[in-house]
Design a binder for this molecule. Structure first.
Ligand SMILES: Nc1nc2c(c(=O)[nH]1)N[C@H]1C(S)=C(S)[C@@H](COP(=O)(O)OP(=O)(O)OC[C@H]3O[C@@H](n4cnc5c(=O)[nH]c(N)nc54)[C@H](O)[C@@H]3O)O[C@H]1N2
Ligand SMILES: Nc1nc2c(c(=O)[nH]1)N[C@H]1C(S)=C(S)[C@@H](COP(=O)(O)OP(=O)(O)OC[C@H]3O[C@@H](n4cnc5c(=O)[nH]c(N)nc54)[C@H](O)[C@@H]3O)O[C@H]1N2
Ligand code: SF4
Ligand SMILES: [Mo]
Length: 727
């Protein structure tokens, strides 16, 4: 028997905690936290440790599956599956063109450089327009706000946690989520360190969350953040608390912004936010008066009806108080590979280069709103979506109106899913192709260095050989591409990286046609990137070879360098645009939501420590105890609806009905009801199916009018509902 202890890192969520895998005769025995990891230092959460159960899960899909006419799945060979998929794609393309092909990629894809790289390569090379992702349920508004402010979609400021004196946190619960759009292991310690050194953390959330309980809580009404942020800006301008020097240096359009927020006084907005005017004034003064302050918002600010506006105002608040790009403020990390720069130069993917066929929504980084996917399938006409691939995603569970999507998918000529499980989405697929887990592939977390307050990276080789016949996504994508006569990264981005490629050619015997691998491309990008070794010209710089010598990861700098705004901003003149027309218009037209007495309450999302979106409910150790899918309700609201703690209740919106258990808690502000997403399973995961619950996204609307217009964000927070007792 041979036993190995292999350092690697967790790729379930954004802290990327260091793990040690114990492997016996090629089988994973256990995962534990890596004490030698420079940032996570022996810390990991229950999900990371429990990944052993997913790795070895008997319900995992390990062979290509084909759906039979009776709706069951049968095992087929890779060759059979890919040959048939290729032939069917060929026929669809002949009849309807490549514009009838589509792809949805889900959240776990962001943790695989090779998956995302090959997908972008395939998209560009094949000219695929129907691209969809979890981003329109997550973060695309943030990218559009950055486009408007800085002219650079991928420049997202992060809170300078190690130096800040005041953190204003809006719609995020990092004590449970472990932080998002900011990559920090041990985030709870980082936050408590702020208050320990005399600073403040203020959490704006309709629920007194696990994070809010540790700090100061501001119980805002759901989907009222635009009003609150505008009011904070109004007070700061009115009382002359803005940092005029910083604004002169950094921004244009400040006067228009000041005029646009003028009507949003704390008094005028109190009815919408539910917050006393004095409290809002005090918050504005404290924020502006703090030695340094960072303003940070996450999914609670991304899934409302004004998601792009809210993300914009979050940065505007940092800007106006002189905290943008300043120590302890909202700061810009340096990318591991120069994606933003390269993209700005080549204009490969951006914002609004294309419009969706249905609804006319602008693309965000080459993707359209996933909320319109169902209608793209069912709406006839040129460019109708007929063949759909999904990889690392479960959209029937994660996008608004899952039932509509599930029904629409039956109309497709071809549905292929690359996943670990039979899920709610792919149970109706023609083929399910087995993907490797993160332990079965090499990796480097490309997007996360710029989001880490301590710039950091780690390369890991695969820890395990793929189980069964599982394959890496990039190989599957490459094979499918080849079968329709397309080659990712020979045409497309590789041509763009011309000089690098010609250097590469010289090293490839025979020269001429090069089929680079993801590993080769990433090595070149690293070596020529901001931290790279420039092929030996910069001693101490990084390359894959260098990173392999440091299996626990490498800290690249002590902290984020500030004073870089001029390099970030791509607008002419190098100034942050504080008053883009879209934002000013939305502020002008902002009207208080009308309360429909039929639906007096509002549903919001929440995350649970032992769930991960829709895909960890099959893990027995995480499901032990009395875990159940429950709505968290303020006791007063429950009493009004005639509901007691532990009752099953019916939740009704204008768009659907679900049934869940009621949990009464004073942690909910009145009028807000929190229900986690990702429950109500009907796939091949037996423990998950047995967990019960419902798909909360059956309550959500995919009507075009309910999709946020600037970034195509789904409206999943603040949706009007009614509660009724069940017999
Ligand atoms: N109501 C409501 N809805 C929401 C949210 C909310 O807050 N409220 N949050 C939204 C957010 S932020 C997100 S990110 C989305 C997530 O939405 P999705 O990304 O669509 O779905 P997930 O539940 O993350 O499912 C991931 C799928 O990938 C599979 N998988 C896991 N690892 C791998 C891998 O390495 N390779 C492959 N090929 N497959 C893998 C899993 O089995 C699972 O089927 O949900 C969104 N939906
Ligand atoms: N344990 C666990 N960790 C996770 C995940 C998971 O499923 N489970 N998912 C991962 C993913 S994909 C992501 S994107 C991140 C998300 O990371 P976070 O955004 O930190 O996660 P949430 O816990 O959903 O926090 C959102 C908060 O917004 C609040 N909120 C809802 N509506 C509003 C509103 O209108 N205004 C304000 N101000 N607040 C509002 C909710 O009450 C909630 O506390 O978490 C990641 N980490
Ligand atoms: S917090 Fe948990 S799930 Fe997230 S990276 Fe760390 S161990 Fe993995
Ligand atoms: Mo997410």
């Amino acid at each position: 028997m041979t036993t190995r202890e292999v350092p690697t890192y967790c790729r379930i969520c954004e802290p990327l905690c260091g793990l040690i895998a114990t492997v016996e005769d090629g089988k994973l025995i256990r995962l534990r936290a890596d004490k030698e990891h420079p940032l996570s230092r022996g810390n990991a959460c229950p999900k990371g440790i429990a990944f052993t159960e997913i790795q070895n899960d008997p319900d995992r899909v390990l062979y290509p599956l084909r759906r039979t006419p009776d709706g069951e799945f049968e095992r087929v060979s890779w060759d059979e599956a890919l040959r048939d998929i290729g032939a069917r794609l060929g026929a669809i393309i002949d009849a309807h063109g490549r514009e009838s092909l589509g792809w949805y990629f889900g959240n776990p894809s962001s943790f695989s450089y090779s998956h995302t790289l090959w997908l972008v390569g395939f998209q560009l090379a094949a000219g695929i327009r129907h691209m969809y992702s979890a981003g329109s349920q997550d973060i695309n508004n943030r990218f559009v706000a950055s486009q408007l402010l800085y002219g650079s979609m991928t420049s997202v400021p992060v809170p300078d946690l190690d130096r800040t004196d005041f953190l204003l946190m809006i719609g995020a619960n990092p004590v449970v989520s472990h932080g998002s759009a900011v990559s920090v292991p041990r985030v709870r310690e980082k936050l408590t360190a702020i208050t320990k050194r005399g600073g403040r953390v203020v959490v704006v959330d309709p629920r007194r969350t696990e994070t809010a309980q540790l700090f100061e809580h501001v119980g805002v009404r759901p989907d009222a953040d635009a009003w609150l942020l505008a009011a904070l800006l109004q007070v700061i301008f009115e009382e002359g608390l803005d940092d005029a020097n910083a604004l002169r240096r950094q921004a244009s359009g400040i006067r228009e912004l000041r005029d646009a927020v003028r009507r949003f006084t704390p008094e005028a907005t109190a009815a919408v936010t539910g917050l006393e005017a004095d409290r809002v004034r005090a918050l504005a003064r404290d924020l502006a008066g703090a030695r340094s302050a960072a303003v940070y918002g996450r999914t609670g600010t991304c899934l409302g009806r004004h998601a792009t506006l809210v993300a914009f105002l979050i940065d505007a608040l940092a800007l106006v108080t002189g905290n943008l790009d300043a120590p302890g403020g909202s700061v810009f990390g340096k990318e591991l590979v120069a994606v933003s720069q390269l993209n700005a130069r080549l204009g490969l993917i951006g914002y609004g280069k294309n419009r969706s066929r249905v609804g006319g929504f602008p693309d965000v980084l080459g993707t359209f709103p996933a909320a319109v996917m169902a209608k793209e399938i069912t709406t006839p006409g040129p460019g109708q979506l007929r063949a759909l691939f999904t990889s690392a995603g479960n959209p029937v569970s994660s996008v608004p109106n899952g039932r509509e999507l599930s029904d629409a998918m039956r109309q497709l000529d071809l549905l292929v899913s690359i996943d670990l499980y039979v899920t709610e989405t792919n149970r109706a697929a023609d083929y399910i192709l087995p993907a490797t887990t993160f332990l079965e592939r090499d990796d480097i977390p490309l997007p996360f260095t710029a989001l880490s307050p301590t710039p950091y990276t780690q390369y890991t080789e695969r820890v395990l050989e793929p189980a069964g016949e599982a394959r890496e996504e990039w190989r599957i994508i490459d094979d499918i591409a080849t079968r329709i006569g397309v080659q990712p990264f020979v045409i497309g981005p590789a041509r763009a990286a011309g000089r690098v490629l010609s250097a590469l050619r010289r090293r490839v015997p025979g020269g001429g046609s090069v089929r680079p691998t993801p590993r080769l491309i990433v090595d070149l990008a690293l070596r020529t990137g901001p931290y790279g070794d420039r092929f030996g010209l910069r001693p101490g710089g990084i390359s894959l070879k260098m990173l392999r010598r440091h299996p626990h990861g490498v800290v690249l700098a002590d902290g984020i360098t500030t004073g870089v705004l001029r390099e970030i901003v791509q607008h002419r003149g190098g100034r942050v645009q504080a008053a883009p027309a879209e934002i000013i218009a939305e502020l002008r037209d902002l009207t208080a939501p009308i309360v429909d007495p039929e639906y007096p309450l509002r549903v919001i999302g929440m995350r649970e420590l032992k769930s991960h979106n829709s895909w960890m409910h099959n893990v027995e150790p995480l499901m032990r105890g009395d875990r159940e899918h429950a709505a968290r309700i303020n006791p007063k609201d429950a009493a009004q609806s005639g509901i007691s703690d532990g009752d099953r209740c019916r939740v009704t919106s204008r768009h659907g009905v679900i049934e869940v258990v009621a949990r009464l808690t004073e942690d909910m502000t009145e009028g807000a009801v929190a229900i986690p997403h990702g429950w109500g399973h009907r796939g091949g995961w037996q423990r998950a199916n047995a967990a019960g619950g419902a798909n909360v996204n059956d309550l959500m609307s995919s009507d075009l009018a309910d999709v946020e217009p600037l970034a195509g964000m789904s409206n999943l927070n603040g949706v009007p509902i009614r509660l009724d007792p069940l017999p």
